[in-house]
Write a protein that binds this ligand. Structure first.
Ligand code: ZN
Length: 206
């Protein structure tokens, strides 16, 4: 059973350091993994990197429970441990989305990331894994691997207007979403009305 560790916040020098490669997955590393999982479960985030709990080693854990995810292209991700992960982009397509981070309370920022990546890593048994990931999970993996390089998403926000608090993002993005859903609903209603008018007219002519 892992421990819940207090998450390091920006301003902590450890978050700006490059983490060490994991040479051996022994008792100590397994304890770090358990602590990462326990801390991630407790905090309600989608991913965590070892430096965020004060360990400068190249280990990340990701997990997404879809019903608890607030981002628009969320997908279910079982608890996955990535040791010494690397990624490379597949294709040039990039997307810009808001991101948050357990080490950056309340703030969200718009970050450009590659849409599809190939990720290679070792799992907790030391087996080498290679996967192609796209969309939300590709973004999450790029974000977490940045932590191993000492980078947080704040350094990646290109626009000076690309920041928002969580509250404001929910307020304005949800309003935008509600407005576009309203327009779609009105369109489908108009379509149904015009279909009914047409069929009524046909009935009369017959
Ligand atoms: Zn983060």
């Amino acid at each position: 059973m892992g421990k819940i560790i207090q998450i390091r916040k920006i301003g902590d020098p450890l978050l700006n350091q490059k983490s060490r490669t994991v040479e051996n997955i022994g008792k100590e590393e397994r304890e770090i993994i358990e602590d990462l999982i326990e801390t991630l479960n407790y905090s309600g985030g989608y991913g965590i990197a070892a430096p965020q709990i004060g360990i400068s080693q190249r280990i990340i854990v990701i997990q997404v429970k879809q019903e608890k995810c607030h981002y628009k292209d969320c997908e279910e991700i079982p608890t996955t441990i990535l040791i010494n992960p690397h990624w490379s982009n597949i294709g040039e397509e990039q997307t810009v989305e808001y991101e948050g981070c357990l080490s950056v309370p309340e703030i969200r920022g718009k970050v450009k990331r590659y849409k599809t990546i190939q990720v290679t890593y070792q799992n907790e048994k030391g087996e080498k894994i290679q996967k192609i990931k796209s969309g939300f999970s590709a973004r999450l993996i790029q974000h977490e691997i940045d932590h191993l390089e000492g980078i947080t998403f704040l350094e990646k926000v290109e626009s000076p207007h690309g920041f928002a608090t969580r509250d404001m993002l929910e307020k304005y993005e949800l309003r935008k979403k509600a407005k576009s859903e309203f327009i779609v609903n009105i369109h489908s209603l108009l379509k149904r009305v015009s279909f009914l008018c047409d069929s009524t007219r046909i009935k009369f002519e017959w």
